[in-house]
Design a protein around this ligand. Structure first.
Ligand SMILES: [Fe+2]
Length: 201
């Protein structure tokens, strides 16, 4: 959920010697509950996290530690949005650096909005959080306006809404197009995956 433009002004995050140093989901959830009061924003991060974890396991053959990295990046990527909207991303990055968290997780969070933060996604994990971030929120908005919510929500109707500029107008279609152009998976497949993995979160 980028919004304000804050160029981070650097391209290195965390320290290489912290590679493999992660935090538990419980600790990350505690941070989230402490920093974020808005239920909708918390849910957004939990949904992105669930989608990231599922993608890592099902599509990238990730082991437990790698899947945890994807899950953590999703869970914390907007953690500072509510408290520090003008410094979004910088504050959570610094917090995770203080906690000596694995640099890949921090780099992933730093690159989730390249136009806003000035950090290009590099790894597959970076590219996928960029893909999932706006789409997850968009798909949730599409579900919320339906009486049956996710039940029966299909790819076609999401695609149609993407082409309707007035629907969830704050979601950048340009960012979605740019993000998907960096991976070799069609947008329709991504939408299908997001619907399936975040519907029960
Ligand atoms: Fe987000």
């Amino acid at each position: 959920m980028p919004g304000t433009i804050l160029r981070l002004g650097r391209n290195r995050f965390g320290k290489p010697e912290n590679t493999g140093h992660l935090m538990s989901i419980e600790a990350a959830s505690a941070l989230l509950n402490d920093w974020v009061a808005n239920e909708r924003l918390r849910l957004h991060m939990k949904q992105v996290s669930a989608v990231m974890k599922a993608w890592a396991i099902e599509k990238e053959n990730a082991d437990d530690d790698t899947a945890l990295k994807w899950e953590l990046a999703g869970l914390l990527h907007d953690a500072d949005w509510e408290k520090y909207p003008g410094e979004h991303c910088r504050i959570i990055i610094e917090e995770l650096e203080k906690r000596n968290i694995d640099p890949e997780v921090i780099q992933c969070i730093a690159s989730h909005g390249p136009k806003h933060f000035g950090v290009e996604p590099q790894s597959k994990m970076d590219k996928m959080i960029y893909v999932f971030d706006e789409l997850s929120g968009f798909i949730h908005a599409a579900a919320l306006i339906r009486p049956a919510r996710y039940e029966g929500l299909d790819v076609k109707s999401v695609m149609k809404k993407l082409k309707t500029p007035s629907f969830a107008a704050q979601v950048s279609r340009d960012d979605i197009t740019d993000a998907v152009s960096r991976i070799d998976v069609p947008l329709e497949k991504i939408i299908e995956f997001v619907i399936e993995k975040q519907r029960d979160v």
